[in-house]
Design a protein around this ligand. Structure first.
Ligand SMILES: Cc1ncc(COP(=O)(O)O)c(C=O)c1O
Length: 386
């Protein structure tokens, strides 16, 4: 139904069944024109390019994102090439020498987890990682930890990258953080443009991080963070984009922007932002809300489980079956299904066999992931598997 929006990527991959949209989403055709628009704007505006980008493009994209997340202050959204930059900048809000007490989970993406692990090695941070499993009682367990102690930083995902498990009661979790000084960060990368999300009730409390190269479909290089309005935090890691108002120079005093740009870095390639803007505009024009996209994917997930339920294959059906599905509640689930294979070697060999048969999937350790998107509307074809 929506395939016509993705002609370039589909034509470039004939015969491929792409079940990896949660990893590298196909880009809609409008993103190609957006690349050319960036080139043309660079040629046209030359020295005035930043005025054009900061005066027109950024506010436009901020508004599109704010509408999707129901945020009332689009100017609180700041862009960076990746989310790791935001992680580093948030961590740099704490005074050097202070041991930072962090509550997080055992299932955060590497951008955060690796960074934190390194800081643990240096004893700069004290971290409690709450296991996401058992999923059914994760939210209660996390809330208990929030109540039990005062934290400097709370960091967790809205949809977990290594399972697809999705938080149900985001607002309820956030309401357990009683100390206004606690910095609360939600990694929404696997939720933005996949799970219907309304941040209105918590927009002044949380930092919300997401990016473009998954469900927002603009490719790599355009991540964003929604910053709570009125924050007076002053990250040590600060780029000159965070102080535009002060470029004339105030001596040695570092002045920060009052909006989300107080968390900015510096010069980046904004062609990614052009693509993100084009793809979000496309969805807005086609009235393709996140709710509709989510419904489409939920329907595909059900068809897929029914397909593999009826399938028998001497080598593969003992691995790819509903019993091995990690998270069963499809009503609260991200856009990829995760199968627990229990052996990284076997998972890799399954991935490779499916790859050879033209079925693209991906895996993390022993977890095999199948993603679904708008450019799929059919049953999985398993006949090419040898
Ligand atoms: C949950 C989550 N957060 C963040 C990212 C991206 O991180 P970065 O932009 O630092 O590469 C990913 C990428 O897969 C992710 O799954």
């Amino acid at each position: 139904m929506y395939k016509k929006l993705y002609q370039h990527f589909l034509n470039a991959n004939p015969g491929v069944q792409h079940y990896a949209s949660h990893s590298h989403h196909y880009w809609p055709d409008v993103t190609r024109e957006a690349m050319l628009e960036y080139w043309n704007d660079s040629a046209k505006f030359v020295d005035d390019k930043w005025n054009h980008i900061f005066g027109n493009k950024i506010p436009r994209t901020q508004k599109l994102i704010a509408d999707i997340l129901n945020l009332s202050h689009p100017e609180q959204i700041v862009f960076a090439p990746n989310t790791h930059e935001f992680v580093g900048r948030i961590l740099s809000c704490f005074k050097p020498g202070k041991k930072i007490r962090i509550l997080t989970t055992d299932s955060e993406f590497y951008s955060f987890d690796r960074q934190i692990n390194r800081l643990i090695e240096e004893q700069i941070v004290e971290v409690v990682k709450v296991p996401t499993q058992p999923f059914e009682i994760f939210e209660n367990r996390f809330k208990e930890h929030l109540k039990a102690q005062d934290w400097d930083l709370v960091f967790f995902s809205q949809v977990f990258f290594n399972s697809g498990f999705a938080i149900k009661d985001l607002v309820g979790i956030i309401s357990q953080v009683t100390n206004p000084e606690t910095i609360v960060v939600v990694d929404g990368y696997h939720a933005f443009m996949a799970m219907p999300t309304d941040l209105q009730a918590i927009e002044n409390r949380i930092f919300y991080i997401a990016g473009s190269y998954k469900y927002a479909q603009g490719g790599e290089g355009a991540c964003f963070m929604a910053v709570p309005k009125g924050t007076k935090l002053k990250p040590f890691n600060t780029g000159w984009f965070a102080g535009f108002s002060d470029l004339a120079g105030q001596g040695s005093q570092v002045v920060y922007s009052d909006d989300g740009y107080r968390f900015a870095g510096s010069t980046m390639d904004f062609s990614a932002l052009y693509r993100l803007d084009a793809s979000l505009s496309l969805f807005a024009e086609h009235n393709l809300s996140v709710e509709k996209i989510h419904q489409h994917v939920q329907a595909l997930q059900k068809i897929f489980l029914s397909d593999i339920g009826q399938w028998t294959h001497p080598k593969y059906s003992k691995w790819l079956n509903e019993k091995n599905l990690l998270v069963h509640d499809l009503n609260h689930h991200g856009h990829f299904l995760t199968f627990e294979i229990n052996s990284p070697e076997m998972t890799k060999s399954l991935h490779d066999a499916f790859y050879k048969a033209g079925i693209r999937t991906d895996y993390r350790g022993s977890r095999w992931r199948f993603g679904f998107g708008l450019y799929q509307d059919n049953h999985i074809d398993l006949t090419n598997l040898s």
